[in-house]
Design a protein around this ligand. Structure first.
Ligand code: IPE
Ligand code: IPE
Ligand code: MG
Length: 261
């Protein structure tokens, strides 16, 4: 992925004491970074605000994560925004989130053009409220010819549902005679997932300290490096992003092999 060195340097000017762009090897960046954006509610609660204020603040962090990823030259950024389990939340919160997704996307489309970002969704977006779905469809159409970073938002996404769906689609193709049972291996299976065609995440960041996946990318995270920060999502900044990448670059990735000496 192309990156503008000048813009990158000025974006990371005035670093805090403990991290700077110089800590990062720009030739060894993760090609796909994924975020479980957690802790909006607790961030708001800690300030005596309503949970919705936390979600609104969370949008600013996501915008910053998109810009940071573009500046660094990350190929794929993905973020978990709404799980298949999040429908259990009070109706007012679900309604607020659906409204926020739609209004934010419309507002941010110019940023996507400007930064050449192509939008994509993981999850069953057709089952979302009509207005939200329509805006998502518009976002997909209007960014389809962008050639820069892919930004994938997981909305109404559940990994188990995704895997079951892939099995269903495979069964349909076998039945239709367009796919041979013998050819179904893990490479073919992966093509039927929402992430089909994208590299697996190399780095997964979860905010707010929770040590679980919450039904996110169970298949795709097989060899992903995890970085968990206690920071709530609305506090996540470009500097914490750099700390996550620095941690990633310090890991010895073996993929089941032996340690290189
Ligand atoms: C993450 O923040 C955003 C969504 C799941 C939509 P939460 O809303 O889960 O915040 P906490 O975990 O309750 O603090
Ligand atoms: C995971 O967060 C889902 C998203 C960030 C969209 P949750 O807040 O829903 O996860 P749990 O309930 O703490 O596992
Ligand atoms: Mg949460």
């Amino acid at each position: 992925m192309q990156r503008d060195e000048g813009k990158l340097r000025s974006y990371f000017a005035n670093p805090p004491e403990d991290v700077s762009l110089d800590d990062i090897d720009l030739d060894r960046l993760p090609c796909h970074v994924s975020f479980i954006m957690d802790g909006n509610g607790r961030w708001a609660q800690a300030r005596g605000l309503s949970r919705s204020k936390g979600h609104v603040a969370g949008v600013d962090s996501l915008r910053e994560a998109v810009t940071t990823s573009v500046r660094l030259g990350i190929d794929v950024l993905s973020a978990y925004a709404f799980s298949t389990e999040n429908w259990k939340r009070p109706k007012e919160e679900v309604d607020l989130l659906m409204h926020l997704f739609a209004t934010t996307l419309v507002k941010e489309l110019p940023l996507f053009y400007q930064e050449n970002v192509r939008l994509r969704f993981f999850g069953d977006i057709e089952s979302l409220p009509r207005k939200t779905y329509k805006v998502f469809e518009r976002g997909l159409n209007e960014t389809a010819s962008n050639t820069g970073m892919t930004f994938a938002l997981a909305v109404n996404y559940g990994s188990r549902a995704e895997i079951a769906r892939a099995a269903r689609l495979i069964a349909q193709d076998v039945k239709a005679g367009t796919l041979d049972t013998q050819d179904v291996d893990d490479t073919v299976f992966a093509k039927y997932l929402y992430t089909g065609g994208l590299p697996d995440p190399e780095l997964l960041v979860r905010t707010s300290g929770e040590l679980r996946l919450s039904n996110y990318l169970l298949w795709q995270l097989a060899y992903t490096e995890f970085y968990v920060t206690d920071m709530y999502w609305p506090d996540f900044s470009k500097w914490e992003y750099l700390r996550a990448i620095r941690a990633f670059q310090g890991r010895g990735r073996r993929f089941g092999g032996v340690v290189e000496s």
